[in-house]
Design a protein around this ligand. Structure first.
Ligand SMILES: NC(=O)c1ccc[n+]([C@@H]2O[C@H](COP(=O)([O-])OP(=O)(O)OC[C@H]3O[C@@H](n4cnc5c(N)ncnc54)[C@H](O)[C@@H]3O)[C@@H](O)[C@H]2O)c1
Length: 363
């Protein structure tokens, strides 16, 4: 079991541990005990994760004297709404949850984002911890305190920064995760390696598609290293004033691919296409060497993701989606590119040039 301390001490100390290890779920009661005393415990999960992970975990906590109620949401992004948050708050009131209660988010990024946001606003803020059960949530969404829900007009438009008291990621819970969901998470792992960890990049190159198997002995270390980069970035820029933007590598265009395809292209696949495009831009606009670009593109493909924008999408639809997402300001779009592996740079690309670049790539 390894632990990374995410230090956040301004203005108040809100630092917390990100614990990663196979079998670490069995230690949850101990870790909760270290956080202090709470009046009530409520676990939030979704209907898919509940029989796979949550029931056992709740039973285990109860056997150690932690009386926990379990609240279950429908699975999937469609549940990430204000209505779900209001409904949860009403249930909290029914169970008598007060300011001293602890919420436990047990699930993927959707459960984590909803639970964190509800924790941020219920009674003006209660404590919560994250127990992420998808690879994406373990390496990315559970860490850093970004919480929120979607509005009809777009994703994550309502939200708050609210840091958890603890993140506990057990790679063994990934046993039941479908391979495509593992690849969604691997897209974020590759992103992290490209922007911040050449050694992790080399490990990923070596392992390739073998990382889709949760039993891979290197997976735990891969999660640790990925979380390490995210913790370092959040430590330096909690509220995305500058550096944290590098975490958007591949996401600017990725979100546009998702939106322009009416969300038929999955998030991970869209991010892979966004990263592939950003790598190609980087060669021309940021001095990334050809050999490094090839290695980056080969890695994306090696884990079973596509590094090219899916057929059927055109530059017009992508530019319209970028504009709608407010990514274009004063005729310029800011992209995170690479000048080398592990060396992110932000480059403004004028709209006309962006259109030409996209058209030559899509041709
Ligand atoms: N807050 C952040 O910083 C941040 C960062 C990245 C993404 N996100 C958000 O995360 C969400 C995506 O997260 P996700 O990919 O984890 O999706 P998700 O939470 O919808 O989980 C994907 C599916 O896997 C199921 N599942 C979860 N754990 C499982 C397990 N162990 N075994 C089998 N099935 C399991 C879920 O029930 C769901 O059906 C999006 O809403 C995105 O906006 C947030």
């Amino acid at each position: 079991m390894q632990s990374i301390r995410l230090i956040l001490n301004k203005p108040l100390d809100r630092s917390y541990d990100v614990i990663i290890g196979r079998g670490s779920l069995g230690q949850l009661h101990r870790e909760i005990g270290k956080l202090g005393r709470f009046s009530t415990y409520a676990m939030i999960t979704d209907e898919q994760v509940r029989p796979l992970v949550t029931e056992t975990l709740a039973g285990q906590l109860r056997s150690h004297g932690v009386e926990v109620v379990v609240l279950t949401l429908p699975a999937g992004e469609a549940a990430k709404t204000v209505d779900t948050v209001v409904d949860l708050c009403k249930q909290f009131l029914g169970f008598g949850l007060d300011r001293e209660s602890l919420l436990l988010a047990v699930g993927g990024g959707v459960v984590g984002d909803i639970s964190g946001f509800t924790a941020a606003i219920y009674l003006r803020g209660v404590s919560y911890i994250q127990v992420p059960t998808t690879l994406l949530a373990q390496v990315d969404s559970a860490i850093g305190g970004k919480t929120g829900v979607d509005l009809g007009a777009g994703k994550n438009l309502l939200g708050a920064f609210h840091q958890p008291l603890l993140v506990l990621a057990d790679p063994d819970v990934l046993a039941t995760l479908p391979p495509d969901a593992m690849r969604e998470g691997l897209a974020e792992v590759i992103k992290t390696a490209l922007i911040g960890d050449p050694e992790l990049f080399a490990t990923l190159e070596h392992e390739g598609s073998r990382l889709v198997d949760f039993r891979n002995p290197l997976l735990e270390e891969v999660i640790v290293r990925t979380c390490g980069v995210k913790c370092r970035v959040v430590n330096q820029d909690e509220r995305e004033g500058g550096l944290r933007r590098i975490l958007n590598f591949g996401h600017t265009l990725g979100h546009a691919v998702e939106a322009a395809s009416n969300y038929r292209v999955s998030h991970g696949q869209a991010v892979a296409a966004g990263m592939g495009t950003a790598v190609r831009f980087s060669e021309r606009l940021a001095g990334l060497g050809q050999a490094e670009a090839r290695r980056a593109l080969a890695l994306i493909e090696a884990v079973g993701l596509r590094s090219r924008i899916p057929l059927g999408l055109n530059s017009q639809a992508l530019l319209a989606a970028l504009a709608k997402d407010k990514k274009v300001e004063a005729g310029v779009c800011h992209f995170v590119l690479l000048s080398g592996i592990g060396q992110p740079v932000v480059r403004p690309i004028p709209l006309g040039q962006l259109r030409r670049e996209l058209e030559s790539m899509l041709a």
